[in-house]
Design a protein around this ligand. Structure first.
Ligand code: GLV
Ligand code: MG
Length: 278
């Protein structure tokens, strides 16, 4: 997925002019088959509706999603959903064509994340925004989304878990936001491991150098992929031929829950282009 930004990376005096640039980029550059998204300005500004109309009408079918930042309540998602329905009808797009990505990056958004994740069938992805969230919490830090050495633990652990649970309970993709120290690739790799381990699907990349690291960390290794395939084979043999629900796989017991875990690994590995070793 690639998103083009109209929000915090665009200076206020350039906000309106940026819309046409984004539309032009979507229409004229070769984007292969990736999901295309535009981040519009939040509902507490004066630009949201203008952004949505200009970008959706201008981009046509190639635009897949709108990202809404600083979502504080389910109403904001519903408002965007209603607006999108009208814009789609006006410009001949199929109803429901545009999906929504919602950024949770304020204290209110985190408190309401469960309702937010259930607010619209257009929702595809929930994204944590560590920089705005740190500001919203008034954390005494100047760089969002990096480890704080003085804190004996992970200062965002609760936040990561809460967003992940709300997202998964509603069948959404769950993504961690930016790592601002773009030259520190080893620290990025280390940081990615936190949300990867919890179960996140991925993390933003702000720079091409970050893409390689992020793709690597959030994809299963070949070894994990092969093990998952072998677990499925063993489980199928056990249940379908030997009529057993729990069997030994090497030195561990596997059962239906193991099948579910293995299936997730395989889906994720296939998305990353892996196939079983011979
Ligand atoms: C991203 O938008 C962030 O605030 O971290
Ligand atoms: Mg933000």
């Amino acid at each position: 997925m690639t998103f083009l930004d109209l929000e915090d990376s665009v200076a206020p005096l350039e906000k309106e002019a940026a819309r046409a640039k984004v539309v032009d980029a979507i229409k004229s550059l070769a984007w292969d088959d990736r999901v295309m998204c535009v981040r519009v300005n939040a509902w507490d500004t004066k630009w949201t509706y203008g952004d949505v109309i200009a970008v959706v009408e201008g981009s046509g079918e190639r635009l897949d999603e709108i990202m809404l930042p600083k979502v504080t309540s389910a109403f904001e998602i519903k408002a965007l959903d209603l607006l999108l329905t009208q814009v789609e009808a006006n410009c001949g797009l199929p109803a429901g064509h545009i999906g929504i990505e919602a950024q949770i990056e304020t204290t209110e958004g985190l408190i309401n994340v469960e309702e937010i994740c259930a607010a619209s069938p257009r929702l595809e992805t929930i994204v944590f925004g560590p920089a705005d969230f740190a500001a919203s919490m008034e954390m005494p830090i100047l760089t969002g989304g990096v480890q704080i050495p003085e804190y004996p633990g992970d200062h965002f652990h609760y936040v990561f878990s809460k967003i992940l649970m709300a997202g998964r309970a509603n069948g959404l993709q769950v993504i961690d936001g930016p790592f601002l120290k773009i030259r520190e690739l080893d620290s990025l790799r280390d940081y990615c491991a936190r949300t990867r381990t919890l179960g996140y699907d991925g993390k933003w990349a702000l720079h091409p150098d970050q893409v390689t690291v992020v793709n690597e960390v959030y994809s299963p290794t070949q070894e994990q992929f092969d093990k998952a395939c072998a677990i499925l084979d063993a489980y199928r043999q056990a249940t379908e031929e030997d009529r057993q629900g729990a069997v030994m796989f090497g030195d561990e017991m596997i059962d239906e829950a193991s099948r579910k875990m293995a299936t997730k690994f395989i889906a994720r590995g296939e998305r990353a282009g892996l196939s079983r070793s011979r």
